[in-house]
Design a binder for this molecule. Structure first.
Ligand code: DX5
Ligand code: ZN
Length: 222
């Protein structure tokens, strides 16, 4: 299991220090939530902030684009230093073309589904992806309650990926992830867990990372 802490819950007045603390704690991924106030009701940050952090960090930048028409901004996020760009299937009626364009830029590509979107919506897209992001809350805000039906959705996604021979596609779960549901999510098949409010604010980060990792090991589920 890979833990990808969501920067949105970090201390925004000390971001460089926060990123350094994550690296010192042996975190490997950083989840960056880009919101446009249109696809979702909130506005966060864009390429300039990601670029500033890129100078400070070697973490894998997992960039979650909650924006309309993501294809218009791919170059900007590549130039900013993103490693993976995840677009929402609900935000792009030409998602296959956009995913191919992300890969053509040399980046990893991901497709995300909102809680109300069935996994079948990405049936013909996952072959062009490195990751499938299953939202466990309606995107837009941190600190929301985990939707329990996500567990079944992760199982359906894993079965679909196996059926079409795409088991190399990582399954990520984002929203309301916490120590109380991490083990069940990994058991259902989640490969990458995003955690915002249940990670930041719990220092030292190395201990928090160890807690999530321990919960995700099979023996902890007895
Ligand atoms: C929600 C974002 C999430 C969020 C996670 O719209 O996509 O990444 O920051 O925060 P928590 O873990 O607090 O739900
Ligand atoms: Zn996110």
């Amino acid at each position: 299991m890979i833990l990808s802490p969501s920067l949105l819950c970090a201390d925004f007045s000390r971001l460089a220090d926060e990123v350094a603390a994550l690296e010192a704690a042996s975190v490997s991924w950083l989840h960056l939530d880009v919101m446009d106030g249109c696809f979702v009701p909130n506005i966060t940050f864009g390429p300039p902030l990601i670029k500033a952090l890129r100078f400070e960090s070697r973490l894998f930048f997992d960039v979650h684009l909650m924006i309309e028409e993501p294809a218009r901004h791919l170059h900007a996020f590549k130039d900013a230093g993103a490693d993976m760009l995840v677009i929402h299937v609900e935000a792009d009626c030409h998602a296959q073309r956009t995913l191919a364009a992300i890969r053509a830029l040399g980046l990893k590509a991901g497709i995300a589904v909102n809680p109300g979107t069935d996994i079948s919506a990405v049936r013909w897209l996952v072959q062009d992806c490195d990751m499938l992001l299953i939202m466990a809350v309606n995107p837009g805000f941190v600190g929301q309650r985990f939707l329990p039906q996500t567990l079944a959705k992760v199982r359906v996604a894993k079965a679909m990926l196996a059926e079409i021979g795409a088991t190399h596609v990582l399954v990520q779960v984002d929203g309301g992830v916490c120590p109380e549901n991490a083990a069940a999510l990994v058991e259902a098949g989640a490969d990458v867990l995003v955690s915002g409010s249940a990670f930041f604010g719990h220092k030292p980060y190395a201990d928090r990372l160890k807690l999530f990792a321990a919960l995700s090991r099979p023996q902890s589920r007895n």
